[in-house]
Design a binder for this molecule. Structure first.
Ligand code: NDP
Length: 245
């Protein structure tokens, strides 16, 4: 865990944690909250973060100890976590018949276990403060079924069960818990799909890939005071790809 950015002004903005904030959707999420004046703590394995973040921490979300230590460190300094976005995710695509145990476990460890560790760690201070927003970045994959993504779709489906159960557990504390499910968004992750990505993009009713900023707009809304009556929801940002989920 490293601190590489200047000390924040504790008088402004919410304490927001974004995981997987070094690039792609996570970097757009962090930039969105920075632009609102929030105190953004950006996590990733590389420790990179967009300009303006209050802290950039090297945290592997698949490691429960690192997650707990990181949340405790910034909570001591910045106060209760008010918004936590579980965005870090990986893919290790392959057909199920040929999928190795490690390929399965790596994806579940980051995309599902990691999200659980983060939500649990952030909740301690949210429950005490009686406010907060937890937002999981899911995917349309489990709703569509995608050949070669059994591990990823299983992990992302798990997030829906996790979010909805959690939403019931903490509703009495005014904490909302939601899932944003992106479709095909232009990032490093989809660039790696090559030709399969081009085929998938052709199925999008709006006729184009989405941008990371468009995902950040939906997440920003769920974290805002305009969405205090929304919890347990799954909101697709997918150009209509999984219409109706
Ligand atoms: P990228 O591959 O571009 O970025 C992934 C981010 O996660 C990086 O910042 C990476 O940083 C971080 N990361 C990966 N593993 C870990 C880990 N164990 N601990 C901490 N950070 C980690 O992905 P996207 O931006 O495309 O995806 C972001 C999220 O959106 C993911 O959950 C993904 O499943 C989801 N999503 C993306 C879609 C798309 O079309 N792009 C569609 C649907 C869902 P570093 O390598 O430095 O750790």
């Amino acid at each position: 865990m490293t601190n590489s950015l200047p000390t924040p002004d504790p008088a402004t903005g919410r304490h927001v944690i974004v995981t997987g904030a070094s690039r792609g959707i996570g970097a757009a999420l962090a930039a969105h909250f920075v632009a609102l004046g929030d105190r953004v703590v950006a996590w990733s394995r590389s420790g990179d973060a967009p300009a303006g973040c209050t802290r950039a921490l090297t945290v592997d979300v698949a490691d429960a100890v690192q997650v707990g230590d990181a949340v405790r460190a910034t909570t001591a300094e910045l106060g209760p976590v008010e918004v936590m976005v579980m965005n870090a995710g990986i893919t290790r695509d392959g057909l199920t018949l040929r999928m190795g145990d490690e390929q399965w476990r790596d994806v579940l460890a980051t995309d599902l276990d990691g999200a659980f560790y983060c939500a649990r760690a952030a909740l301690t201070s949210m429950v005490r403060a009686r406010r907060g927003s937890l937002i999981f970045i899911g995917s349309v994959s489990p709703f569509l079924g995608v050949a070669g993504q059994a591990n990823y779709a299983a992990a992302k489906a798990g997030l829906v069960g996790l979010a909805r159960s959690l939403a019931r557990e903490v509703a009495s504390r005014s904490i909302t818990v939601n899932v944003v499910a992106p479709g095909f968004i232009d990032t490093d992750m989809t660039a790696a799909l090559g030709e399969a990505g081009t085929d998938l993009k052709a199925l999008v009713p709006l006729g184009r890939a989405g941008t990371a900023t468009e995902v950040a707009d939906a997440v920003g809304f769920l974290a805002s005071n305009h969405a205090r009556y929304i919890t347990g929801a799954v909101i697709a940002v997918d150009g209509g790809l999984a219409m109706g989920l």
